[in-house]
Each structure stands twice: as C-alpha cells, then as structure tokens.
Design a binder for this molecule. Structure first.
Ligand code: 5GP
Ligand code: MG
Length: 464
C-alpha cells in the first residue's frame, strides 16, 4: 500500500504534515516529507505516524510526502533505517515517492536495493541523464522496464509530476485551486483543504505541473485493460475516499448488502446482533443489519492508538497484538447469537481471536462474515501477502477455515458480488483468482509452481 502526496504552491510544512496524516492508515511503518529549500532537497522522516516528523517553520513552494507500508524489505526498526527504507527519495536532479510494488526489480537493478522506490529514483535519474534531462523520455524508458504497480509523485526542475502505471493498480488523484496543486493517493486530502478533485491520473499518464499553473499531460504507456486493486475498496482506503469515481463507503455498504443475501441463503438462525470489527467493516455491518432487520451493535471496540496487527511480521508478535487490540462490551454478549463482520480473513489470526473472546464472554453462537472473498493467492502488487504460505484460504477449504476460527458459520463474499459492489469491471483480482495481469508476475508464479512454500516473499525469491 503506502500513501503518496505532492504539493505545488506555498504551504507551511506543518500543514503538509497534517495532510499526510490523512494517508497514515495506508502506511503505519514510517513517514517522510521532502521539500526544496534554496536549491536543495531537504528531508525529514519519522518512525510510525507522520505526527512524529519534526519540521522547521518554513513554507516551501513544493513538497512531497510519503507514508510507508513495507512490501519489500523489513519494517523500520531504528532511526538509521529511515534513510534506507522511507521515502521520499532523491537522486541527482530528481526526488520522488511511490505507492505500489515493482515485481521485477532484480532484473534491472544494478545493485542490491532495500526498496523499490529508491531503485525507481536511481533509474529515473540515470535515464534523465541519458535523455537530455527530458522527463517524458526518461519515464517512457523507465516504464518500458518496470513490471508491477506504481503510482509515483515527484519533483523535477522545480515542477511537480505524477505518473501511474498503465494498469492503474493503485489510486492517484489530483486537484487544483488558484494557488495550489495537490496530488495524493486519496481524495480526502483534497476535501480537507477544500480543493475539488479534478480527476484520477489516468493509467499510463504522466502529468507535469509547473509553478506558473501550466499542466502538461503525456500518454506514456496506455493499456486497454486496467487492473484497479479491489482491496483498496475493501480494506485500504478511507471510506470517504473516491477512487475511479466510486465512493469507498458506498462500495462497503453494497458489500454488506451482498453478504446479507448470502447469509439468508444459508438458512441459519437470525442473529441477535450484527457486530463490525472496527473500523473497516462498519458500513458493511450497517447494511447487513438493515437487510437482516436486526440491530447493529458495536460491542467490539478498538484501542485506536494501537498499530494495525497486520504490520507486525512474526506470528507470535501478531498473536500477542491481536489479544490486546480489542476491548469488548462484555455485558452485551452473554447468551447472544452474534454475526461478526470483518473486511477479510488473511491468516485467520483476528477471526480466531475474536470468536474465542466472544465465546469466552458467553456468546451462544458466533457467525463470522468477511466482505472479501477468500484470498488464496499471493499479491505481487502492494498488499503484503506475498507468499501463499501465509494465506489460510490457500491451504484450507472453507469448512476447515470455519473450524479453525471456531465459528458456528462462515460467510464469505462471492467474487461476482464483490465486482458488482465495486461497480467497475477492470479490477485486479489476482489474490482471489490467481490471474495476474502483468508478465513478470506470471513468470514468478510459473517459477514457483513446483517449489516448496517459503516464508520469503515470492518476488524476492525469483530474481531473473
Ligand atoms: P488475519 O488476522 O486473518 O491475518 O488478517 C485479517 C485482518 O487483518 C482483518 O481484520 C483485516 O482488517 C486486516 N488486514 C487485512 N489485510 C491487511 C493489510 O494488508 N494490512 C493491514 N494492516 N491489515 C490487514
Ligand atoms: Mg481489521
């Protein structure tokens, strides 16, 4: 995932940091800001939330921001890691930050890289120097080599630019007012400062914004077929965000309605309550409750100052985190039949924990519903589920999963219902159906076909 931000027009750094907080849910590992002061790029980075970035009292004319979610390399553990792993990055004449994941970095990298963003930065600097410093030419060369997902925001010659891969995997939108241009992963950034979103950056499009208000658009690598990441709607994006003209809240609401139809077909006892697992599944739980005509009750509450458990890498850490992540309204649970709704079941840790907790608190039955269909293939484009080994649905059938999490019934979203709820045909569903839209991802899949499963990420195992 990751969040990216680009601002052209004078803005206090502290305000840019506020805007970056709107992308904090996209990357809780670390965050960074980069700006131009005089003729220099200056960076400030921090572990965890953007709120921790220390900034001078300045109002630069051009700023980049980044929140990191690791899909390559480890989590940031020390201050020293910040330079290596956390964007925005700079090389010679350019600076940039990116959201997505490059699947074939090892094929083109001239040295070992800790992150694909630094690799892209160095490559772009190289192609600029080989192409008379002409950005569209350099980007064209770069994009002909890259396989994977990339939504990039950068600075070149005092101009702000945005570039999105030809499949449009990851979101990227821009908006302008008289004095400001803002490019961001999510449209909530624009809402916050009262700028209308003009539109999504088109897949394969390079946009260059000049300080005098000029906008140039270059078609770099058009692809007739787009592959927007469906998981943005299910999990990643803020509900108030609009991606490809679909409001995420509405999509989640429709996902809940579809789950209600699936539930009704199962002919099981109507629950006393529908209960969302905070925060992502709230709109879905609301819709589900309305459709089943039972109350929704938020009896699972979150300690919202705790990080997302998913980001913790070892299973032991994850189990320990999941235990302390939720607080229950204990007196509303005894002898009740409860239908819990979460956005997804990835490794099954969260679901198992919640069912166990609710039963321990006296629930008579616990049903578990997921707004996402079973994810049984790894993602190579930016969700950190990069090996089949960690996916419960890849190794178990539905009935086994139900037993594993201890639920009395398990309701998964159907793939067609998911597609209808999102309302777009051109989606990347690779982690659901194994149909990878890019060549190198298919190559990785082929190479690993007869290999033992491993803890390392697939795209870090296959390197040629
Ligand atoms: P599990 O506990 O089954 O491994 O993962 C499912 C839980 O993790 C769900 O509650 C879901 O909200 C969350 N989740 C799913 N995908 C991601 C992700 O990519 N990042 C983070 N932080 N959480 C995720
Ligand atoms: Mg969750």
């Amino acid at each position: 995932m990751c969040g990216v931000l680009g601002i052209l027009g004078k803005m206090p750094l502290s305000m840019a940091r506020e805007l970056l907080l709107l992308l904090a849910h996209r990357g809780q590992d670390a965050a960074g800001l980069l700006w131009i002061s005089g003729n220099e790029y200056i960076e400030a980075k921090a572990m965890g939330s953007p709120a921790f970035i220390e900034l001078p009292d300045e109002s630069p004319k051009i700023i980049l921001g980044s929140t990191r979610y690791p899909t390559i390399g480890k989590r940031v553990g020390t201050e020293k890691d910040l330079d290596i792993f956390v964007g925005p990055f700079q090389a010679e004449q350019i600076a940039l930050t990116h959201n997505g994941n490059i699947t074939n970095m090892a094929v083109y990298a001239e040295k070992d890289y800790f992150t694909d963003a630094q690799f892209i930065t160095d490559k772009l600097a190289k192609y600029l120097s080989e192409n008379n410093n002409i950005l569209p030419d350099a980007i064209r060369k770069l994009s002909s080599e890259l396989d994977g997902a990339f939504s990039i925001v950068g600075i070149h010659e005092g101009k702000l630019f945005a570039f999105r891969d030809s499949r449009g995997f990851k979101p990227l939108v821009f908006g302008r007012s008289k004095d400001l241009t803002v490019i961001a992963s999510e449209s909530t950034v624009h809402s916050m400062i009262g700028i209308d979103v003009e539109r999504d950056v088109y897949p394969g499009e390079l946009l260059i914004f000049s300080q005098d208000g000029k906008l140039e658009s270059f078609s770099i690598s058009q692809n007739a077929l787009h592959s927007h990441c469906f998981f943005e709607y299910v999990y990643f994006a803020h509900p108030a965000t609009t991606i490809e003209n679909q409001l995420v809240y509405d999509v989640r609401f429709r996902l809940g309605r579809a789950l209600a139809s699936a539930f009704k077909k199962m002919n099981i006892e109507t629950p006393d309550y529908v209960v969302p697992v905070p925060d992502t599944s709230r709109p879905a739980a609301q819709a589900l409750a309305e459709a089943l005509d039972v109350p929704m009750r938020e009896i699972i509450l979150k300690n919202r100052y705790l990080g997302r458990t998913f980001i913790v890498r070892t299973q032991e850490e994850r189990n320990a985190m999941a235990k302390s992540k939720y607080i229950y309204l204990t007196d509303k649970i005894r002898n009740k039949t409860i239908l819990v709704v979460d956005d997804s079941i990835v490794r099954g840790t969260t679901a198992k924990m919640i069912v166990k907790d609710l039963k321990g608190l006296g629930a008579s039955k616990v049903y578990f519903a997921a707004t996402c269909p079973p994810q049984d293939h790894p993602c190579y484009y930016g969700i950190d589920i990069s090996t089949g080994k960690e996916l419960i649905a890849s190794n178990s059938r539905k009935e086994e999963i139900r037993k594993y999490i201890g639920a009395d019934a398990l309701i998964y979203q159907d793939i067609n219902d998911l597609v209808n709820a999102i309302g777009l045909k051109d989606l990347c569903l690779a982690c659901l159906d194994g149909d990878y839209p890019t060549e190198h991802a298919r190559y990785i899949q082929e190479q690993l076909q007869d290999e033992e499963e491993s803890d390392s990420r697939d795209y870090e195992r296959v390197i040629g």
